[in-house]
Design a protein around this ligand. Structure first.
Ligand SMILES: [Cu+2]
Length: 74
């Protein structure tokens, strides 16, 4: 089934090392509708490809915030 994919840019605060980054990645991996992602420790952000209609940038940011890293859709 064809699924339209969109890209969201998410700000992620509070990542200090690769361990933090891995926690953010785990949260994204577990978030519904997320297809793939790149987390940048240096840029304090993540680029997330997600399935339209399955989630929203705000929901993705909320999942990252729930993992302990204050996050918001850009
Ligand atoms: Cu850390």
């Amino acid at each position: 089934m064809f699924e339209k994919k969109l890209t969201a840019k998410i700000k992620v605060e509070g990542m200090h090392c690769n361990h933090c980054k891995a926690k953010v990645e785990a949260a994204l991996k577990a978030a519904k509708g997320v297809k793939r992602f790149t987390v940048s420790l240096e840029a304090a952000s993540a680029e997330v490809v997600y399935a339209e209609g399955k989630t929203t940038p705000d929901e993705i940011a909320a999942a990252v915030t729930a993992a302990g890293f204050s996050s918001a859709a850009e």
